[in-house]
Design a protein around this ligand. Structure first.
Ligand SMILES: Cc1cc2nc3c(=O)[nH]c(=O)nc-3n(C[C@H](O)[C@H](O)[C@H](O)COP(=O)(O)OP(=O)(O)OC[C@H]3O[C@@H](n4cnc5c(N)ncnc54)[C@H](O)[C@@H]3O)c2cc1C
Length: 385
């Protein structure tokens, strides 16, 4: 492993930093609805037009075709510049797109990838079902083949931003007789198709705002050409998707949390005096532990990225997912302990309570911490099931 950045990497970083300095939108990002969609897609388009979208994506689909390490640098600079997270583009950019690059047909890639990079489309993920979350392979949404179409019936739940999406990465059971992992297909679903209805779900962090929907499919006809990989091989395709979702997709958050810890240290100093770590041993020790954990997470990120760069996509991303998620929860909790009652003040930029409440979801989404530990035990450490 070479831990040095090359001269070209450093030049790339300088250019990225300068561009972000001049172009990051400074206006407030709306938190819901069409206004949020307009903001996120416009920001994605600006990145595309500036020549910064899809750093490691193939050139023929509008990307820059650069090594993964430059993608990492871009994420680092993005977080450093406090650029707004375009959450609505997250699925498309971070796991649907990479899955299509890895497993999609030529037609699927050339149709979808450029639109994703230009921010023209929003994707959502239709994996979880009311009785299939951690045990994803027990999913029951059915798709029967009828001529050139799949006819889908069933339901998906916890679909983030499904109501604002154009496309969905959808897992369906195409062979109910086959063993659980063998009869599943990964399908590109047009969210505007007849037979799809959406039921909004409110969340505790933002009452009256819709984050999730439950999707119902009633004889929805999806062209067979929308199956990614082979029919009944969707479990393997989904494992690629989850690998991206748990791994490289988390890099930006991980860097952002490292900045958060530094901000908390500054806040603790301000409140408790210049020698705060000494004046409150417990807070000081917790801050020091967090800073150390963030440094470890960064080292782990570099390891996961350099393995991915070498073409190794394995379960190490679960290490990163579990560690970063849990560290972030501890950071959000500690932030409230440092701020005390002041944390209850709802401030536009630093809404500590909102982020504290939201932090509980981090160790559930993309597979719970317990599931990540199962994966680490079985696939990284080789322990018996
Ligand atoms: C913010 C957020 C966004 C999400 N977005 C999406 C999305 O866009 N699309 C989508 O498809 N899904 C989405 N999800 C759903 C998410 O993938 C599931 O919630 C998650 O996989 C857990 O499934 P579940 O909720 O059914 O819980 P369950 O699987 O019922 O788990 C309940 C508890 O049991 C534990 N448990 C279950 N099985 C085991 C086991 N074998 N070993 C040890 N412990 C176990 C779990 O860890 C958990 O604590 C989202 C979730 C959140 C919180």
């Amino acid at each position: 492993m070479d831990l040095q950045f090359s001269v070209e990497d450093i030049r790339f970083r300088d250019e990225a930093r300068a561009w972000l300095h001049d172009n990051v939108p400074r206006e407030h990002r709306p938190h819901a609805g069409e206004a949020m969609r307009a903001f996120d897609t416009a920001w994605q388009l600006r990145q595309f037009e500036g020549g910064w979208a899809g750093v490691s994506w193939p050139k023929e689909y509008g990307g820059l075709g650069l090594p993964l390490i430059r993608q990492l640098i871009w994420h680092e600079e993005y977080a450093r510049a406090a650029a707004p997270d375009n959450h609505l583009c997250f699925v498309a950019l971070n796991h649907a797109g990479p899955t299509l690059i890895a497993r999609g047909s030529e037609a699927q890639k050339s149709f979808h990838l450029p639109k994703i990079l230009r921010g023209e489309v929003i994707w959502c993920q239709g994996f979880s079902e009311p009785n299939a979350g951690s045990d994803l392979a027990s999913l029951r949404t059915q798709a029967r083949i009828d001529g050139d179409y799949l006819v889908v019936n069933g339901s998906k739940i916890w679909t983030s931003h499904g109501h604002l999406s154009d496309w969905q990465e959808l897992l369906v059971r195409t062979d109910p007789e086959a063993p659980r992992h063998k009869g599943i297909s990964w399908v590109i679903c047009d969210m505007k198709l007849p037979g799809i209805t959406l039921r909004p779900i409110e969340i505790m962090t933002s009452p009256n705002q819709v984050h999730f929907v439950q999707c119902f499919y009633d004889d929805v006809r999806i062209p067979l050409g929308n199956v990614v990989g082979a029919v009944n091989d969707g479990w393997n395709v989904a494992m690629s998707t989850l690998g991206f979702e748990r791994g490289t997709a988390q890099v930006r958050d991980q860097i952002r949390y490292a900045y958060l810890v530094e901000k908390m240290i500054a806040e603790a100093r301000r409140r408790l005096g210049s020698d705060c770590a000494l004046s409150d041993d417990v807070i000081g020790a917790r801050l020091a532990q967090l800073r150390a954990d963030m440094a470890a997470a960064r080292a782990m990120t570099y390891m996961v990225m350099s393995r991915a760069q070498a073409g190794i996509q394995d379960s190490q991303s679960s290490l990163m997912r579990a560690m970063v998620g849990e560290t972030q929860q501890r950071a959000r909790r500690l932030a409230l302990d440092i701020l005390g009652p002041d944390g209850l003040e709802n401030r536009e930029e630093d809404d500590w309570v909102y982020f504290y409440l939201r932090s509980f979801s981090i160790t559930i989404a993309a597979g719970t911490s317990q599931i990540q530990r199962n994966i680490i035990g079985e696939r990284v450490l080789g322990l018996p099931r």
